[in-house]
Design a protein around this ligand. Structure first.
Ligand code: 13P
Ligand code: SF4
Length: 366
């Protein structure tokens, strides 16, 4: 005998935008100090406005590490919630409102490929003695654990230079993953020549390099990139500067070498925000980072007659940051009120203590 269930009882009722925002605020108020909501700058406004603290990856990881809240709801992407879990106490819960909010760049490196690269490098030179592995925070927890195990460290876009200085004080070479651009831009700013950097193609034996190239390299860059920041091109800057000679260009270091070389300033999302905020009224900026942030800056500074213009002529948004919406945020908050913890991110203990070691080395430098 078949039982028919009314469809209405299977689907969650979807409140309209205003009601949804009200219910999020009511849930926040009811949870009080038990809850902290962290919002990365790339979140859409409808979510971002509910964050207790907003920031770049470094700032949010520091806040997560020091928070006393029982529930750390991370409006960001998966690796950020993993970091919050690793750095918080076991009785705290890191929650990601939408589990599909990943990072395509982070997915470009995985443990099997990095371990293979390490074995192959070890075949050419003593990897443990001569290479410090450095992972961008945009990576899975097991890669942070790999760095913890091999005397390596984590970096973010705002401390990459300091971290690389530390890495070179320990060993002569660095294996940097997964973002080749952050690695190259930082290495260049430190005075490492482009011919001392090589790109490790993880799909090819020996990274597609010769043994001589590996021995001569100082910086070995994983062939990863951000699908959003690769959209910004040198020709966009040239064309815009021709039309607006007074413009200042600012870019995130995940943008290409050519873009960062042409930019007047390069830095993390928090750096971009602070730089534009500190500029005089009437300043004109061309910005190479994610669209939601650039739109917010455009709105925020409109009254001061600052012009904040997005660098690419085509839309380039982070679709995974965009996964988190007010409804997914509301669902996890109301779940908590009803005693249900949903979408909790738990890094296995076997990985988390080594990943924590690599993160704490970074935090000690910051
Ligand atoms: P920030 O740490 O500069 O906020 O960057 C995070 C990120 O994912 C940029 O794409
Ligand atoms: Fe990952 Fe790029 Fe999105 Fe940042 S903007 S979260 S690096 S895909």
């Amino acid at each position: 005998m078949s039982v028919s269930i009314p469809v209405r009882s299977l689907v969650r009722e979807i409140p309209d935008a205003a009601l949804c925002a009200q219910r999020i605020e009511a849930a926040r108020a009811a949870l009080g100090k038990r809850l902290i909501i962290l919002g990365h700058h790339y979140q859409r406004d409808e979510v971002f406005r509910h964050a207790d603290v907003s920031g770049d990856s470094l700032k949010l990881s520091q806040v997560a590490a020091n928070s006393q809240a029982e529930f750390i709801v991370f409006c960001g992407v998966h690796f950020m919630a993993e970091v919050a879990d690793i750095l918080s106490r076991p009785e705290q819960q890191a929650i990601l409102p939408d589990l599909a909010a990943g990072c395509s760049m982070a997915d470009m490196a995985n443990l099997a490929k990095v371990e293979r690269a390490w074995r192959e490098l070890d075949d050419v030179l003593d990897a443990e003695q001569s290479i410090t592995p450095v992972t961008y925070i945009n990576s899975a927890a097991d890669l942070k654990a790999f760095c913890g195990r091999h005397g390596g460290i984590v970096c973010t876009s705002s401390n990459a230079r300091r971290v690389l200085d530390w890495a070179y004080s320990a060993r002569e070479k660095v294996l940097f993953f997964p973002d080749q651009h952050l690695g190259r831009n930082t290495g260049k700013a430190m005075g490492i020549r482009l011919d001392e950097m090589v790109v490790w193609d993880f799909d090819l034996p020996l990274g597609g390099l010769t043994r001589e190239q590996i021995r001569a390299a100082r910086l070995i860059l994983w062939k990863g990139f951000c699908s959003v920041h690769q959209m910004f091109r040198a020709e966009h800057i040239h064309a815009y500067r021709q039309r607006h000679p007074g413009v200042q260009v600012i870019a995130h270091p995940e943008a290409s070498y050519e873009v960062c070389q042409l930019a007047d300033a390069v830095g993390s999302t928090e750096y971009i925000i602070n730089t534009i905020a500190a500029s005089p009224a009437g300043s004109h900026w061309l910005v190479g980072t994610e669209l939601n942030l650039v739109k917010r800056l455009h709105e925020r500074h409109r009254d001061e007659q600052k012009i904040v213009q997005f660098m690419s002529p085509t839309i380039s948004m982070c679709s995974t940051m965009f996964r988190t919406n007010p409804h997914s945020l509301l669902a996890v908050l109301e779940g908590l009120l009803e005693g249900r913890s949903e979408n909790v991110i738990r890094v296995p203990l076997s990985e988390s203590h080594l990943a924590r070691a690599a993160l704490e080395r970074m935090l000690a430098l910051s």
